[in-house]
Design a binder for this molecule. Sequence first.
Ligand SMILES: [Zn+2]
Length: 147
Amino acid sequence: MPAVVAHPDDESFGLGGPPALLSDGGVPTTVLCFTHGEASTLYGRPGDLHNVRAGELACAARELGVERVELAGHPDGGLTDVSRHRLASETARLIGELRPSHLLVFDAGGVTGHRDHQRATSAAQFAARQVGIGVLRSTLPRRWRTG
Ligand SMILES: [Zn+2]
């Protein structure tokens, strides 16, 4: 089952439970991540975040049992500048390849309200509707959200 997210770490903090459970249950999982997360200010980590966060995503995917990661190069913090149609087309390509019954995404509010999260969810939902598959929306209890 493909999970569609905006940034490296979204697969873990927002969706980590479901991919891990699916993987443990023998369901192959893929993460489509639209950005490298290069605009993150979390923890003030030095280095080239474009590459650092890609590495973090790969490590997280291994821990979660995710079989495959597709990391696109759209601008972190700028997904709303990318047409929803383009993001949906990238999602639809993956759907066409994997033939899943559902996609896994954040809730419509993007869990934290981040516009990139909302855009990723919107594009994935649009792609799913176009091909007639379901969408599983994940959210977190309000008290666990980071802002
Ligand atoms: Zn994010």
